[in-house]
Design a protein around this ligand. Structure first.
Ligand code: SF4
Ligand code: SF4
Length: 434
């Protein structure tokens, strides 16, 4: 049973808008000491959180104070990159006594919850634990913008970057197609391209531009099909394992730069690579890989051989989970490694290494909200089982009408129409409106 004061967040469909999609009410079921606003936005070329803070600081601070009240937290901290001096000055002048702005270095992955909490609160979340285990709740900027509005979540901010004429941040109805967002950014500048949804580091490859923008999409990159980042995403596990097994020289750079290793967690990706050699199947369970946050720094930046320790760690992690094994250091306190400060990865270096310097941009927010005549709403836009449709084909709907809900007692959030129109189709995964 969700407490009444959190029920509104569930019925309005408020989920983590930074990519994870965890229902916000579920983060607030236990009290916290501090609420940290994640405005670090360390995915290269992504800008929507900084833009929301720049244009709507009062709304974000109001949402933060509401969440602080719901979590019984006495302190709020807004973590934002120190390079955004104008935003820091403006937000700093509005926050009041219980909230402070924390200027973060321009590193990757400062937006990782574990790194962010260590930087802003000064506490290290133990391996396998949650921010709440050290008294913190982390919320994305846009999530707080949604909390402030106290209405159904039907719009989304996202940055459209890469090979487009006018890279920018746009505000769109949830369910609009990627193609419409690309058109709003002036169209693609190359004839044949794919998308990296979420950004170049942790983003997912998408080849179909007609697929819909969801509540969790913070932006995407348009890249030519022959860009190395696209080609890397197309490699199969089999090829990753075969090349890794024969080419890894065990230099351990992947471990030395791994942000979770530097926090003191017992993860060493070079050992996962070593593990490839010891099994004919090409994959083995290597303890510690369950703490990999999949930031991709080892594969896309650290490894001098261009190998893919991240995906090897992910395979190992999946096997460990399937086997139900528990690491002896899970949940145990740990110490930041002494060399951590000097091993941070500067964002400009990363952008160069990724071959993205020619696409660098500031993602300015375009005024207004894009309009559309058709939306596709996936029923699963949150962590937990999909919502179930409460409308039928042919039903008239208005912007904000409830179209899908989760069963009582299940983790998840309601889903609403983002336009005035009619339901044209429903299948097990999506609701289509026009
Ligand atoms: S950095 Fe690359 S070559 Fe070095 S140990 Fe890691 S995977 Fe192997
Ligand atoms: S993806 Fe690589 S660098 Fe990132 S946490 Fe996992 S092992 Fe460490």
């Amino acid at each position: 049973m969700i407490p009444p004061d959190l029920q509104e967040l569930q019925s309005n469909g408020v989920v983590g808008a930074g990519g994870a999609g965890f229902p916000t009410y579920a983060k607030l079921l236990r009290p916290a000491e501090v609420v940290v606003v994640n405005a670090a936005e360390c995915e290269p070329l992504m800008h929507k959180d900084k833009e929301i803070l720049r244009h709507y600081p009062e709304e974000v601070i109001s949402g933060l104070k509401r969440v602080m009240g719901l979590a019984h937290a006495r302190q709020g901290i807004i973590g934002i990159k120190n390079k955004y001096t104008d935003v820091i000055a403006r937000v700093g002048s509005l926050v009041g006594d219980s909230v402070r702005v924390h200027a973060l270095g321009d590193y990757y992955p400062t937006g990782d919850e574990f790194v962010l909490v260590k930087e802003t609160v000064g506490r290290v979340i133990p391996p396998g634990a949650l921010p709440l285990d050290v008294g913190a709740v982390v919320c994305n900027v846009e999530t707080l913008w949604n909390v402030h509005h106290r209405t159904p979540v039907v719009e989304k901010f996202l940055t459209v970057a890469g090979a487009v004429r006018t890279p920018c941040t746009v505000r769109v109805p949830v369910g609009i197609s990627y193609a419409e967002a690309i058109a709003a950014a002036g169209g693609a500048t190359c004839p044949s391209y794919h998308l990296l949804i979420g950004g170049p580091m942790m983003g997912i490859l998408e080849t179909d531009v007609q697929r819909p923008v969801t509540k969790t999409c913070g932006g995407f990159l348009v890249l030519p099909v022959d860009h190395p980042l696209v080609q890397r995403r197309k490699m199969t596990y089999q090829v990753i394992n075969r090349i890794g097994k024969s080419a890894c020289d065990q230099c351990s750079f992947c471990t030395e730069l791994c942000p979770r290793y530097l926090l003191g967690h017992p993860i060493e990706p070079h050992k996962a690579m070593r593990g490839l050699v010891f099994t004919s199947r090409g994959t083995t369970m290597v303890p510690g890989t369950e703490f990999c946050c999949e930031c991709n720094l080892c594969s896309l930046y650290a490894c001098p051989e261009g190998l893919d320790p991240k995906n090897v760690c992910v395979q190992s992690k999946q096997m460990i989970r399937a086997a139900g094994k528990k690491h002896p250091q899970a949940g145990q306190p740990c110490q930041v490694r002494p060399m951590a400060e000097g091993r941070k990865t500067p964002l400009p270096n990363l952008i160069r290494r990724l071959g993205l310097d020619r696409y660098d941009n500031h993602g300015p927010l375009r005024p207004g909200v894009l309009e559309t005549r058709r939306i596709v709403l996936p029923k699963k836009q949150h962590v937990g089982p999909p919502a179930e449709a409460v409308v039928r084909p042919g039903d008239r709907v208005a912007k904000g009408t409830l179209v899908a809900a989760v069963k009582e007692g299940q983790l998840g959030c309601s889903l609403h129409s983002s336009m005035d129109g009619r339901v044209t189709a429903i299948d097990p995964e999506i609701i289509v409106e026009a």
